[in-house]
Ligand binder design. Sequence first.
Ligand code: NAD
Length: 264
Amino acid sequence: MGSLLAGRVALVTGSTSGIGLAIALRHAQEGAKVMLNGFGRPEEIAKARATVGAAMGVAEAPYSAADMADPAQVRAMVEGCIADLGGCDILVDNAGVQHVSPVEDFPDAQWDRIIAINLSSNFHAIKAALPGMKAKGFGRIINVASAHGLVASPFKTAYVAAKHGVLGLTKSVALEVARTGVTCNAICPGFVRTPLAEAQVQPLAEKHGVSEERALTDFLLERQPTKKWVEVEEIAEAALFLCGPASGSINGTALSVDGGWVAQ
Ligand code: NAD
C-alpha cells in the first residue's frame, strides 16, 4: 500500500490473531519486514504467516513460536529476528492474556502468568532489542497496554497491575533513550472488536435477558462512551503513526484509542 516503513524490520509479539495481527499486516503493507509471534492452531498460524507474507511479497512471513512467559525464549526471539532479518527496528510488545476473579480467589499461578506475559516480556524484549536500535540511531518501541493501564476495573487485579506497570516501563525507557533516535510509547485500547471480545456479547444478553444490541451498549461497552467497538485497524493505524517519520518527538506517551473511556 505504501513505503513508509521501507527498509525497516518489525517484530510484533502476539501477532497470530487480533490486534497484533492487524499491526503486523499494516506494517508489512508499508514495506516493513515483519516477524510474527504467538500461539494458535497450526492452520491459524499458517494463515497469519500467509496473509502477512503476501503483503511482504513472500510466501510466508517469518515467525517465532517463543513463549512470552519465558525470558530466555523472549531474548532468543529478539536475537533470532536480528540474526535472520538484519535487525529489530520496530518492537511491538503486544502479547497479552487475561484472568478475571476476585482478588482473594485469584490463583497465584494466574497472577504470575499475567505479570510474566503482559509486563515482564516487554522488559526482556526491550532489553534485548535496544542495543541494536541505539547502534543504528533509530528505533520504535510500542507497548500495547490498555485503558486498564490508566484506570481500573474490579476482578482484574493482575491485568490492571501489569498494564499500569507497562506504562511505567514505557516512561522510564523513554527517558533513557531520549537522545538516541529511539522512542518508546504505549497504546491504550478500549474494548476492541476481536473474536474473543465479541463472544462475550451473547452470554451477557442471556444473563441480563436483553437483546444482543443492548448487551453490547449497556453492559460490555458500559464505559466506552462511543458505544462502538474500537476496530483492530484503528489500533494498527495508531501504531503505524508512532513508527513513522512524523512521530520522532512523541516519546513516553500513552496514546488512548478507547472512544473516550478514560476521559470520564
Ligand atoms: P488475542 O487473544 O486475539 O491475541 C493475543 C495474542 O497473544 C495471540 O497472538 C496469542 O497467541 C498471543 N499470546 C498469548 N500468550 C502468549 C505467550 N505466552 N507467548 C506468545 N504469545 C502469546 O488478544 P487481543 O485482543 O488482540 O490482545 C492483544 C493485546 O491488546 C493484549 O496485550 C491485550 O491485553 C491488549 N488489549 C486488548 C483489548 C481488547 O479489547 N481486545 C483492549 C485493550 C488491550
